[in-house]
Each structure stands twice: as C-alpha cells, then as structure tokens.
Design a protein around this ligand. Structure first.
Ligand code: NCD
Ligand code: ZN
Ligand code: ZN
Length: 426
C-alpha cells in the first residue's frame, strides 16, 4: 500500500537532543503526519527540498504589541506586524493588552479578535489586569495569561502595585505575566510568595539582579518562568547612546555585566525563553520631543539567535527550546512548539550558513526600522509554514492571512476546549 501526504519536506536537518539528523517530513491537514528516513517512498502533492537547511519548530513569541484595536493602530496592525513575524520565522504570537483602549474588558478583546483575522500567523491574547476588572478576568476565555503592568510604559499611566488587588488576582490561579523591573520585581516575588496560586511569568528580564532574584525564586520552588529579549541580550548602554530614541525601551538597555548575566541565565535555565517585546513606533514619534519607548524585533529574532548559535553562545537545541518548546509549555499552547507527529505543522527552514546585513529597508514591520540595522548576521529564514501553509518563501510573503487563535487552557476547561478543537477540525 503506498503512502500519501500533502506536502513533503525532503532532507531537512532536525535538531535532536544530542545530534542533528536528516529526515523527511510528511505534512497533511495542517499537521506533521510523519517524520521518516530520507527517501522513504510517499506520493506527495507538493515537494520542498530542504537539503542543507535546518528545520526548526515555528517560533512562538509570547510578547508582542500589535496595536489593535484603537488609537495606536497607526503604529502597526495584525496585518502588518504578522508579516514581519512570518518573515522572521515566527508562526505564533501572544499579543499584549496595552492598546488604547486597554484590553481588559471582553468588549475590547472582541475587537482585538476581529482585527486579528487579518493575521498571517497564529495568535493568542494576554488579557490586561486593572484595579477593578476581576469580573472580566473571571469570565474571559482562552487568554494564555493575565498581564500585570507594575511600571510605567507605553499606554500605562498608572501601574498596578496594590498588594490587595494583586492578591485577589493571584487567587484566581490563572497564569500571570508581569512587567516588573528591579525593586518592583522583588516586591512582586514577595507578594507572589505569600499569595500566588497559579504560575507567574516575568517579562523582559534585563538586570543581573533580576536574574539572581529569579534563580532564588526557582530554587525556593516557586512556579516562576522568565523571558529575555534579543535587544537586552545583544545591546548595552553603549548602543543606547549611539541609537538615541531608537535604542530606548522599557526596561532600558543595561551594562555589559547585565548582558553577561542574561546569557548565563539563559544557559542554565533560570531564563526559560526568548521573546521579542516587538513594540512598533513610527520614526516621527521616535524623533519627537516625547519619544515613546519600544523597538520592533519579530523579523530579526531568528537571524540574531542563529548568529549566537554560530558563535557557540547557544546550541541549536537551546535555540529551539527557548523560542518554541518552552513558550508552548509555559502558556499551555495546544499542538504547538515542536516538530512531532500530530503537532501543528508550524515550521521554519533556515540556511544556517547564509550571511546578511540587517537593513531598515528590508523590515516588514510598519514603522520600517530596527535597532539592529547595520549588523551582520549569519542565518537566513528561507521558508515559514503556519499549519502547513506557506506564508514566507524566497524573501516574500505568500498567500492571504489565515492565522487562527491558539487554544490554551482556561482554569478547569481543558477538556471542554479539547472537544471544541475537535469539532472545528471535523
Ligand atoms: C512597550 C510598548 O511600546 O508597548 N514598550 C517597551 O518599551 N517595551 C511596552 C512594554 O512592553 O513595556
Ligand atoms: Zn513591558
Ligand atoms: Zn512589551
């Protein structure tokens, strides 16, 4: 009996636990159908030759700002920013609620869901915590996490640091993501130690002392995880001076000693994943008298990390773990984060040897700039598949937006969601 599949990705280099190995990938119905010896006979509708290319699970960026709905949509939309994601090998984004209006009501979330229908990649929505929206938090569905803003940043005028409010949110047991820098992180971890019930994820760790605080929290058995951005790993206060407003973000860039602590934190697992904090702002806004903080990062994430692999700062396996496996695990994103039979066929093929210089002109993010312009990198994203559909190939966006909302875990509702997912696919 002869085997069939919709798409055959031939001779791809996969990254196993210890070794790289070559395999053929069979894809059908948006899933990985089989991973087999190269040359195993199959009748395929389409064949992609991946000889000499690394196959990585599509990257999951758990921290991106897509600016819809509302007053900041001129900075970037689900349509524009998801193209930058596809070009960067990012097949799934979790977007942040600091839109204007704030995404802390189901009404605003409905508008975000409507805007996201124009996304090229899959997506989920972190839902915002406010001093008085406990009822909204209780009734929202399918939010990977609730977001706590505990320092001032774009769109956040009054950060939330009231222990009683934090305790009542923590009592809900749902995953939390926090923007909490330096002293504020110490305060949050103390409140969490007293009141925490569900998991806590720390956004954009930037300081050596924050890595230390996390290391202690993990050693004490707290259910905490953390992300680091490429800009905090690769840029320092020297770059901030050179870049001016284009190198300003929250947290700000730190010292070379902090950067070194972030790399060791990533290597020893204190920091679980890399997330971009992709935060588009227009050049005219950056050059104004009151430049908003934030930098784009979706399209440059993978080339920068592949360069780190080439420089032996990271293994290929650690790269896949920090950008796909760990994000899917932390936020319980169903069917994503690995190249395995039955998982969504979210796949990136990269040429690990190709060298290129990052240029503003090549950026698909709506504002059209990157703080990494001029940097030479090793590694190019050649092909991006979202659930088996080509979205990026040969330097171009392909097809129409067909991103979908991911399925994650509501407290106690995993089983119910599983049946929704099955119906949808029938
Ligand atoms: C982010 C933005 O512009 O939305 N800016 C930033 O500097 N990181 C907000 C944030 O993540 O704090
Ligand atoms: Zn933040
Ligand atoms: Zn952010």
């Amino acid at each position: 009996m002869s085997e069939t599949c919709e798409l055959l990705v031939r001779d791809a280099t996969l990254l196993g636990a210890q070794v790289e190995f070559t395999a053929d990938l069979w894809l059908s119905h948006g899933r990985f159908q089989a991973i087999v010896e190269p040359g195993t006979p199959v009748a395929a509708q389409t064949v992609i030759d991946a000889a000499g290319r690394w196959a990585l699970p599509g990257l999951i960026d758990v921290h991106a700002h897509f600016r819809e709905p509302g007053a900041h949509a001129h900075k970037g939309t689900y349509a524009s920013e998801s193209r930058a994601a596809a070009a960067g090998g990012v097949t799934c984004v979790l977007t942040m609620p600091n839109t204007v209006p704030f995404c802390g009501t189901r009404g605003v979330l409905d508008q975000a869901r409507a805007a996201a229908r124009r996304s090229y990649v899959d997506y989920g929505f972190h839902f915002g915590v406010q001093a008085d929206n406990l009822d909204e938090l209780r009734s929202v569905r399918n939010a990977p996490a609730y977001k706590l803003y505990m320092n001032e940043t774009t769109g956040i005028a009054s950060p939330l640091c009231d222990e009683a409010v934090l305790a009542s949110v923590m009592a809900l047991g749902h995953p939390l993501v926090a923007h909490a820098e330096a002293d504020t992180l110490d305060f949050l971890l103390e409140v969490y130690r007293r009141h925490g019930t569900g998991p806590l994820h720390i956004a954009h760790v930037a300081l050596a002392r924050e890595v230390e605080a996390l290391r202690r929290a993990k050693a004490a058995g707290l259910s905490v995880s953390a992300e680091v951005t490429p800009h905090h790993l690769l840029l320092t206060t020297d770059d901030a001076a050179r870049l001016g407003p284009y190198g300003d973000m929250r947290p700000t860039l730190k010292s070379a000693a902090d950067t070194a602590a972030l790399w060791s934190g990533l290597a020893d697992g204190t920091i679980d994943c890399v997330a971009t904090d992709h935060a588009p702002h227009l050049p005219e806004e950056k050059e104004s008298g009151t430049p908003p903080p934030g930098v784009p990062g979706l399209q440059t994430l993978l080339p920068l990390l592949l360069t780190a692999v080439a420089e032996h700062r990271l293994t290929p396996r650690q790269l896949a773990d920090a950008t796909a496996t760990a994000p899917a695990r932390i936020f319980s994103i169903r069917h994503k984060g690995s190249i395995s039979v039955g998982a969504d066929a979210d796949l990136v093929l990269v040429d690990p040897a190709a060298r290129q210089v990052i240029r503003n002109e090549d950026q698909l993010t709506h504002p059209g700039w990157t703080p990494f312009a001029g940097r030479e990198v090793q590694g190019r994203v050649e092909l991006t598949l979202v659930r088996g559909r080509v979205v990026w190939q040969d330097g171009r966006i392909v097809g129409e937006p067909a991103g979908r909302e991911v399925v994650t875990r509501d407290p106690g509702r995993w089983a119910e969601q599983a049946s929704v997912r099955t119906d949808e696919q029938a």
